[in-house]
Design a protein around this ligand. Structure first.
Ligand SMILES: NC(=O)c1ccc[n+]([C@@H]2O[C@H](COP(=O)([O-])OP(=O)(O)OC[C@H]3O[C@@H](n4cnc5c(N)ncnc54)[C@H](OP(=O)(O)O)[C@@H]3O)[C@@H](O)[C@H]2O)c1
Length: 247
């Protein structure tokens, strides 16, 4: 059995990634705050196995306790391959640093950086000695490479993800049974996140008109189309270890 953990699979991009990964011989572990019943039933319809875990990934002080049962569940099936897809993320709060509540920025950093960093740490710690295929894929963003007005925490947390993935890749090269790690940058995908961006004021987000335009001029791709590409990369014999790849 292949055991794959994916965060943020209740809706948006992660939901389509989970559905397209589903199939016989594959057990998916979905981590979200809500119960992703619709995603889970589509996975079963495709002949896959699924477990759902209600975890608020912003509560990182408790993350080790809440993630251990997921790791134990993966281990209990004697997997022939394992994977972790760090997908859950947020763009909020959008607006210049200094403007909104501290708690909003803190939650942003917990979800976009602290949680994936700790989940990755625990996954590696638990399974380093398993002599099987082991992959970790982070969902990144082109925003990691250029500053965007109103996105201070998003650009910087995604830049941190790029560097985390590259550093872990370097460390894993020295291991007897290494994990492979990479970042996938999906580009603009038509999800709730894009919808929220279109509602922002120009003061908070001067690029808002461009994001309104990209909803209809073909630049925002449907999540299922981009998910297909990412799933192909995730399952490929030539996983892009240590790389940041785009759609
Ligand atoms: N949309 C784009 O154009 C775009 C572009 C580049 C990169 N990305 C990246 O792609 C990834 C997915 O984005 P998306 O557009 O699909 O976002 P989305 O539609 O807002 O979906 C976010 C997912 O994350 C989960 N989530 C949110 N807060 C959570 C929390 N505190 N704990 C656990 N799960 C949580 C949500 O489930 P619950 O609400 O049930 O918890 C949901 O399944 C993100 O990393 C994003 O940065 C998106």
């Amino acid at each position: 059995m292949q055991e794959i953990i994916i965060t943020g699979a209740s809706r948006g991009f992660g939901r389509h990634v989970a559905i397209q990964l589903a199939g016989p011989g594959r057990h998916l572990h979905l981590i979200n705050r809500s119960k992703p019943d619709a995603t889970a039933s589509e996975i079963r319809d495709r002949g896959g196995d699924v477990s759902t875990w209600s975890i608020d990934l912003t509560l990182t002080e408790r993350l080790e306790d809440s993630f251990l049962p997921v790791l134990d569940s993966v281990k209990s099936r004697n997997p022939e391959a394992i994977g972790l897809i760090n997908n859950a993320g947020t763009i909020e709060p959008v607006g210049p640093l200094g403007k909104y509540e501290t708690s909003g920025y803190r939650k942003h950093l917990e979800l976009n950086y602290v949680a994936p960093a700790l989940l990755t740490h625990l996954f590696v710690k638990h399974f380093q000695q398993l002599p099987i295929t082991k992959r970790i894929l982070f969902v990144g963003s082109g925003a990691s490479r250029r500053p965007i007005h109103g996105w201070s925490h998003y650009c910087s947390s995604k830049a941190a993800i790029d560097m985390l993935a590259k550093t872990v890749a370097l460390e894993q090269d020295a291991q007897e049974y290494p994990f492979e790690t990479a970042v996938f940058n999906p580009g603009r995908i038509e999800t709730d996140m894009q919808e929220a961006l279109r509602d922002k004021s120009k003061e908070d987000f001067p690029l808002v008109d461009d994001f309104v335009a990209s909803a209809t001029d073909g630049r925002n791709l449907p999540p299922e189309q981009v998910a297909e590409k990412m799933v192909r990369i995730f399952l490929s014999d030539t996983f892009p270890h240590g790389e940041i790849v785009g759609r």
